[in-house]
Design a protein around this ligand. Structure first.
Ligand code: HEC
Ligand code: HEC
Ligand code: HEC
Ligand code: HEC
Ligand code: HEC
Ligand code: HEC
Ligand code: HEC
Ligand code: HEC
Length: 428
């Protein structure tokens, strides 16, 4: 009996709490219907509105009028976690959770205008992903920028928070496009993407197969995203073939993760590992590859899909050959004292993670002397090598050849030509 009374009391209490919440939310809605009507309409269309999850559930109820609006809480991912534990946990294990960290680990970031980092355009516009620590938030505030507190609204945007929107491949487009990762361009013009659009336009039956980004990268509602190779397109252990192994080592030196003199791992390797940047064992790589193959076999035979992905790996090895030759050509100029090591560089060796800088218009005087040939080398890696292998995996013929492989050979030609010229000029 006492137990029943307790249950009853608890029930009444939660009803009262619920009534309280609904009321607090109504106040917000009344006023915000005038201030920002589009926003309120958006929320009204959401599953949250239907389930009574109102403004105050995410923003609290401390802000009550037009003056005290700074008291409104900007909800972090932990607020979503209160009701969506599964997605929060899964997200926190994925690569998106490293977006902000990896950006801040790159030297170039700190030479770019703050508006393009903390201000949320440029690098910061896409890398504003991941649960921020209190220190990270404080660092952003100290620079005078409001920090973005939530990454969950990157795919199902506020305040509709729609599952359907997140399942649209366009939800990935804002970030997965352009210079060094044109996945949108590659997928949308591939046969996979073409089928998706033909189906949407009614030219294929409902049951027709058309894989989207989410089919292959966020299968079965997971929020944990990982690929076997990852962005840098390198991994450990080294391949068995001696030439392929030597080429990989050359690339690892230019990434600054191996010391060019001793071949020993550096602190930059630790930094790369701390953001889950490369697979360090054959087993961890193979596990991700097998998961991808499972996805392909929804629609292709296992053997067919495996051959396709194996060819992608072979293409990567071939891009490494061109890349290593280019790196060695530029490295020789450092050795001969024809290029003077810029101060920000870890070694007297080309440094690919410097990313793009314009010579002359320096954001930082330490980078004075960043040579043109180095810029061609960076372009070869980030623009053209990326395209050559990413396009292979995304089944895009044109990006794989003309925008990828072909441009790499062109870069290598230019680098060799420039090196010859620089040597001749140096002798004068
Ligand atoms: C009497 C009107 C009024 C009421 C009631 C009200 N707001 Fe506001 N709210 C404002 C105004 C005005 C702003 C500032 C708008 C601007 O910057 O143009 C604001 C701003 C905000 C912001 C943005 C804060 C920021 O840092 O930019 C949030 C979030 C917010 N309100 C949520 C709520 C919630 C949740 C409630 C209910 C608990 C609520 N509001 C109730 C008028 C109101
Ligand atoms: C499910 C949680 C949730 C609910 C419910 C919610 N918001 Fe928000 N709101 C957010 C998130 C997340 C942000 C972005 C925070 C960030 O990234 O810094 C945000 C941002 C805002 C902002 C500032 C940014 C902008 O675009 O103007 C305002 C104002 C705001 N919300 C008002 C409201 C109002 C009014 C309601 C109710 C009609 C509401 N919110 C309901 C989660 C919510
Ligand atoms: C107070 C609890 C609560 C909070 C806090 C909350 N949600 Fe929800 N959310 C719900 C409920 C209830 C539903 C509807 C039932 C369901 O789909 O689980 C929902 C549904 C959703 C959906 C699916 C919508 C659809 O189209 O089916 C998304 C996406 C979502 N929430 C995202 C978020 C995000 C992002 C945040 C944080 C900014 C958040 N929620 C905060 C309770 C909450
Ligand atoms: C248009 C959105 C966008 C912009 C702008 C952008 N990035 Fe990225 N960045 C991404 C995406 C998406 C990935 C993952 C791509 C992939 O794996 O192919 C990524 C990957 C990276 C990685 C590799 C992460 C890893 O774990 O291997 C680094 C480092 C990085 N970006 C740094 C930067 C820096 C520095 C800038 C500015 C100079 C920048 N990004 C600008 C979207 C962007
Ligand atoms: C990279 C894009 C992306 C990000 C970032 C993202 N989601 Fe999602 N979310 C999705 C996709 C895609 C779906 C649809 C999954 C499906 O069809 O089952 C989804 C679905 C959901 C749903 C609805 C689940 C269901 O089956 O009803 C919730 C709730 C949700 N996400 C919460 C979150 C939360 C919380 C965060 C932040 C911690 C977050 N999401 C971040 C892409 C994303
Ligand atoms: C707001 C920008 C943004 C959006 C939207 C976004 N991503 Fe990303 N994504 C990133 C960034 C930044 C990274 C690199 C993070 C890192 O490596 O630290 C990344 C990494 C990835 C990776 C991991 C690649 C690797 O190196 O292993 C995959 C897979 C991925 N995203 C898929 C998706 C899919 C699918 C969607 C759409 C449902 C999506 N992303 C939406 C910014 C975004
Ligand atoms: C048919 C399946 C499939 C589809 C559809 C697909 N991808 Fe991929 N994606 C792959 C494969 C396979 C890889 C390479 C995986 C590996 O490393 O083994 C890959 C790699 C990636 C990577 C990591 C690239 C890198 O630099 O190493 C990102 C990021 C990515 N895809 C994003 C997307 C986005 C965004 C879309 C949609 C516009 C998309 N993918 C569509 C299969 C797919
Ligand atoms: C949801 C179903 C689906 C998934 C999953 C899928 N594909 Fe496909 N794929 C198709 C369809 C349908 C075509 C178009 C066949 C045609 O051109 O006649 C296609 C075409 C291809 C082609 C081009 C074939 C040609 O004849 O031009 C390749 C290569 C390919 N897929 C590889 C893969 C790989 C590798 C994976 C896994 C990473 C994968 N696909 C995942 C459905 C799928």
């Amino acid at each position: 009996m006492r137990k029943h009374v307790f249950t009853l009391l608890a029930g009444v209490c939660s009803l009262l709490l619920l009534a309280g919440t609904v009321m607090a939310g109504d106040v917000c809605i009344d006023c915000h219907s005038n201030i920002s009507p589009g926003q309120v309409k958006d929320w009204e269309s959401s599953a949250h509105a239907k389930m009574g999850v109102s403004c105050d559930a995410c923003h609290g109820d401390a802000h009550k009028n037009a003056i005290d609006y700074k008291k409104a809480v900007m909800p972090s991912e932990q607020v979503c976690q209160e009701c969506h534990e599964e997605q929060f946990t899964s997200f926190s294990h994925g690569k998106h959770n490293y977006g902000w960290k990896v950006l801040n680990a790159i030297p170039a970031t700190h030479f770019a205008p703050d508006e393009l980092i903390e201000g949320g355009r440029g690098c910061g516009g896409c890398h504003n992903m991941g649960i921020k620590t209190e220190e990270e938030k404080a660092a952003q505030l100290a620079k005078g920028y409001r920090y973005q507190t939530n990454s969950c609204d990157e795919c199902h945007t506020r305040h509709a928070f729609s599952k359907k929107e997140a399942n649209n491949p366009k939800a990935c487009r804002t970030c997965h496009m352009g210079y060094d990762h044109p996945q949108w361009e590659m997928w949308s013009s591939s046969k996979h993407g073409t089928r998706y659009f033909a189906k949407k336009e009614g030219d294929l039956p409902e049951g027709a197969a058309a894989p989207t980004c989410q089919t292959c990268h966020l299968p079965n509602g997971t929020h944990e995203n990982h690929t076997a190779w990852g962005f840098l397109g390198v991994r450990l252990p080294l391949p068995e073939d001696p030439q392929a192994a030597a080429d990989r080592v050359t690339i690892l030196k230019a990434l600054g993760v191996l010391d060019p003199e001793t071949g020993k791992p550096t602190a930059i390797l630790d930094a790369v590992l701390s953001v889950d940047g490369v697979r360090t064992t054959q087993a961890s790589w193979q596990k991700l590859r097998n998961e991808m193959l499972d996805t392909c076999t929804q629609c292709h035979s296992y053997q067919y899909a495996k051959e396709q992905l194996d060819m992608g790996d072979d293409m990567l090895t071939k891009t490494d050959r061109l890349m290593a030759e280019a790196i060695e050509t530029v490295a020789a100029l450092y050795q001969e004292g024809i290029i003077i090591k810029p101060e920000g560089y870890p070694f007297n060796y080309p440094f690919i993670l410097a990313l793009m800088h314009t010579n002359g218009a320096n954001w930082d005087e330490n980078l004075d002397g960043f040579s043109y040939i180095d810029q061609v080398l960076l372009q070869m890696y980030f623009k053209h090598r990326m395209r050559a292998y990413q396009a292979f995996f995304h089944v895009n013929p044109d990006y794989a050849y003309w925008y990828g492989w072909n441009m790499m050979t062109q870069d290598l030609g230019e680098i060799k030509h420039l090196a010859k010229q620089m040597r001749a000029d140096h002798k004068k």
